[in-house]
Design a protein around this ligand. Structure first.
Ligand SMILES: [Zn+2]
Length: 339
């Protein structure tokens, strides 16, 4: 990498995170600086064709903003979308909440953005990429990112990239069976992890236990903190199921850092203290990874989309520090070697 001019024009990329209800976007500079941020509704009630048109219009407006305010159009774009994503082909295969099927989103965006390179990513893997590189797992060579929300997903980080698997399904830790024959899961199995340890599952269990249908996982965490015995039982059952799932994952993957995010992780040490203990009790020969809360919150997907875009321009190796974060080497020390 040569010297970067701070003068006008400013080289940048478009980052766009498409969610079920809202889209978050940014223009990201070469140093990761957010030059511009915007958000708007996804508008899924208007149907899948209108959602795709809305994504293309938003991207085109971001390009125009770059020309207007930063002196040149974006050099690349990264877009994260939910559901099943074929990252290699750039196709949004299916998303239940958006209703689309086989949308060649990468090609459509490239056409709309003047032919610049475009990366299409899966929302959780893209968020995981950001957590692993610039968030809670900063610089970790091997990490596993597990957001605990309505469901439970996962992103497997290996040497600065996130593993998608042969068919785009790698990391689906929420559908590891932890209670054989247990509660049915929408995926068709019974006893899947997300039926016991997602924020939605804890909300459901606590609402049933306390008799208030509106009580949720955050209320359960508060009741745990105030010493409520029923809440502690609900919470511990979730923690035990989660530890069972995580130990299966770490036995397979041997991650250095295990990053837990999503709504349930907002309980902080109320979750992390018993979870670390439950994982520690279960491992025998396996090495314990450091178990840490996610750092980027709901901006992870957008930041990850920006990383995907920059990777298209200058390659993953240039922007990825894949050292052991526990290494004592001062990362701010000047490097002897410059290339
Ligand atoms: Zn399942």
């Amino acid at each position: 990498m040569g010297l970067r001019s701070t003068l006008f024009p400013v080289k940048h990329v478009i980052a766009l995170d498409v969610g079920g209800t809202g889209m978050k976007a940014a223009l990201v500079g070469a140093d990761g600086a957010l030059l511009h941020r915007a958000r708007r509704p996804t508008g899924r009630e208007r149907g899948p064709d209108a959602v795709v048109a809305g994504i293309l219009d938003f991207a085109a407006e971001l390009r125009a903003h770059g020309i207007d305010r930063h002196g040149e159009p974006a050099s690349a774009a990264g877009v994260a979308v939910p559901g099943i994503v074929d990252e290699a082909e750039g196709v949004a295969v299916h998303a239940v909440n958006l209703g689309w099927r086989d949308v060649p989103l990468r090609a459509l965006l490239a056409e709309r953005l003047g032919g610049v390179p475009v990366a299409l990513g899966h929302d959780v893997r893209t968020g995981g990429l950001a957590e692993g590189r610039i968030g809670a797992g900063r610089g970790a060579d091997r990490f596993l990112f597990v957001p605990l929300g309505t469901g439970i997903a996962g992103a497997i980080g290996i040497d600065g990239r996130v593993e998608a698997g042969a068919h785009g399904f790698a990391g689906e830790i929420g559908h590891i069976v932890v209670r054989p024959g247990g509660a049915p899961c929408p995926c068709g199995q019974r006893g899947c992890l997300e039926r016991f340890a997602s924020a939605a599952a804890v909300s459901e269990a606590w609402a049933a236990a306390c008799g208030d249908p509106d009580a949720d996982a955050a209320d359960c965490a508060k009741a745990v903190e105030s010493g409520d015995a029923r809440a502690r039982q609900v919470w511990q059952e979730a923690v035990d199921a989660l530890a069972d799932g995580l130990v299966t994952a770490l036995t397979l993957l041997d991650p250095r850092v295990l990053i837990i995010g999503g709504g349930l992780a907002e309980a902080g040490e109320t979750l992390f203290a018993p979870l670390r203990e439950a994982v520690r009790r279960r491992v025998t020969f396996q090495k314990l990874p450091s178990l840490v809360p996610a750092a980027l919150g709901d901006t992870a997907g957008c930041l990850g989309a920006g990383l995907l875009a920059w990777d298209l321009i200058d390659g993953t190796t240039d922007r990825t520090d894949t050292t052991d974060p526990t290494d004592s080497t001062d990362p701010t020390a000047p490097s002897e070697v410059t290339t």
